[in-house]
Design a protein around this ligand. Structure first.
Ligand code: FE2
Ligand code: FE2
Length: 187
């Protein structure tokens, strides 16, 4: 599907504000892909699809996950996490995206995981630092994103895990694994 047509399909599935976020993530991902010599087309596709399931009904998300071959632990965690794997399923089954790295970049954009590919890191980081984001510390993340993708990813997962711990809510094991793996790499 042409990018212009894909954008129309994506815009139909979410409010304008979220669609604008998706476009900002896409521009950020394309720019960083060029910078880090990653495939720009894959970065663009993964970014465009990453939140495609964000506004599905909770019951529908649950149903898709329940019938798909996805990590069943997700169902006992907050439903905010569900749109990422369901987005990968939609990209594959409704739009014919077959590239495993692109699908994994969509699938892990919310939790991260241990041993993420460069494309997975790129999408995770782009989602967090796109120009519309404004949370304490985002400017430091933006600086890191221009320096090195691994240290940017480490700073992003640290920020995410810390945010959840401060809220006293559970942290999905993939995020802890991601944090542990990146923090060990430093020592
Ligand atoms: Fe998301
Ligand atoms: Fe997003």
């Amino acid at each position: 599907m042409e990018v212009a047509q894909l954008k129309i399909e994506i815009a139909k599935r979410m409010p304008k504000q979220r669609y604008e976020h998706v476009l900002r993530v896409t521009e950020t991902a394309k720019r960083l892909a060029e910078k880090y010599r990653l495939p720009v087309i894959k970065a663009e596709q993964a970014a465009l699809f990453h939140d495609i399931a964000k506004f599905m009904d909770k019951a529908d998300l649950h149903h898709v996950l329940n019938t798909a071959n996805e990590d069943s632990r997700l169902l006992s965690f907050h439903h905010e996490l569900w749109h990422a794997p369901v987005g990968a399923i939609i990209a594959r089954d409704e739009f014919g995206i077959s590239d495993a790295d692109t699908l994994n970049a969509i699938r892990y954009h919310t939790t991260g995981r241990a041993t993420m590919s460069p494309l997975e890191k790129l999408i995770y980081v782009s989602d967090m630092i796109e120009p519309g984001r404004s949370f304490p510390g985002v400017d430091e993340l933006r600086v890191k994103a221009e320096e090195n993708l691994d240290t940017a990813m480490e700073a992003c997962i640290y920020q995410s895990v810390q945010f959840l711990v401060n809220k006293r809510v559970p942290v999905f094991p993939d995020s802890i694994d991601c944090y542990n793996q990146l923090i060990r790499r430093e020592q």
